[in-house]
Design a protein around this ligand. Sequence first.
Ligand code: GLU
Length: 479
Amino acid sequence: MTNDRPVRVRFAPSPTGMLHIGGARTALFNWAFARSNGGKFILRIEDTDTERNSDESLQSILESMKWLGLDWDEGPQAEGDFGPYHQSQRVDMYQAAIDKGMAEGWLYRCFATSDELESQREEARSNKVNWQHDARWRGLSADESQTKADAGDSFVIRFRVPAGECVVVQDHIRGEVKFASDEVEDWVAVRSNGMPTYNFVCAIDDAAMQISHVIRGEEHLVNTPKQVMLCQALGMPVPDFAHVPLILGADGKKLSKRTGDTALGDYIKSGHPDDALFNFLCLLGFAIDDKTTVFSRDELLQNFALKKISKGGALFDTDKLNWICGEYIRNTSVSDLCAAVEPFMVEAGYSLAPELLAKLVTALQPRANLYSHFAEQAAGLVSEVTYDEKAKKELSKEGVLQYLELVAAQLQDGEWPPADFFSLVKQIASDNEVGIGKIMKPLRCALTGALGGPELADVLNILGREQSLSRLAKAGQLV
Ligand code: GLU
């Protein structure tokens, strides 16, 4: 059912806030579809809502897309043959379509006031019937309509939905979706302030920009028959559609602030690796197969197909996200990790020599999921040690002082860092006829101030001989 036009898809955000997780996932699917089909990915800015738009939002959307590696072929900063790419700069084109619709009669002025409409809705509610916009103004002659408009009566312009038709939408994810035109009200195409609405400009731009496939969130499925009817009225080609499933939070409801961060920027700030988040976003409704969770961009592009996107809601599973992030961190080279982690270190107030940063990163890499974890866990390793309650308790146990002194004695001289620290401690344990844990635990507390943390051999390496010995001595005084 795919049309045979060159693949041109678009992501069409409204710059009224930060890029949402759902928007990022939609952008990603569009990008993947374009890149895997040799097509073009267009970024169109839907900025007709002048009151809610802001340049700050636009910049943050562009930054977020760049961060995810979703490069666009046409759009802001990449002018192409189908611009301008900001809807606010395309009003002449919309006006031409309005004029045509008014002249041909598929658009008409509706003079109902909002109070009238509200009381009709109220009446429908009390009669327990579905509210259908009353089409009183449909029958007004063009001349009468013009006279009222000239007299200064306020109006909106509605689309005259044909009666008794069936609009069939070909959806690559949902299959054939049918809408009875009788269920679609005469929708508002132009507001009373003269601004055309989203449904109107979106369909016009999709046609003008020769969009072959409209890939967008499921919440827009209700808009699709309206947009298709408009294309038909204007004699414009109708694109193919693919409505991607909603993203659900842990509570099974549409992802919202309540169940987690929804802005991509929050995930960037909290130190999620870009490739990991990209990978995770792909999995929100898409799977390469039933076993592959971690995959590269190339693997995605080799395997991407709209029909592999599910119809059902996609669960935003934070544990899975953290796991994937950890996998990426483990597969990143130390030098790349150092570069990624450095800004988080600086933000936390650490300025480490490259060599020390590399040691720290190597030590923490097996256990970190986020770049920010390196900075969080650096405390106690590259700054003054403080002992938490559990550590203090451990250090107060019987025999501890003696063990710490025995370890310290072994670390005074010889190679640094010790080649086989574990065997060294094991030897002390067996000489004293105690389990190795009896020494390892207080040792860890003495060196790091806490019970958990990286391998002790790595800790010694980060601290250096002098600092390690001084911590053993300091902890010994706590005992
Ligand atoms: N500006 C619309 C939105 O952000 C675009 C919807 C569409 O892709 O048609 O939801």
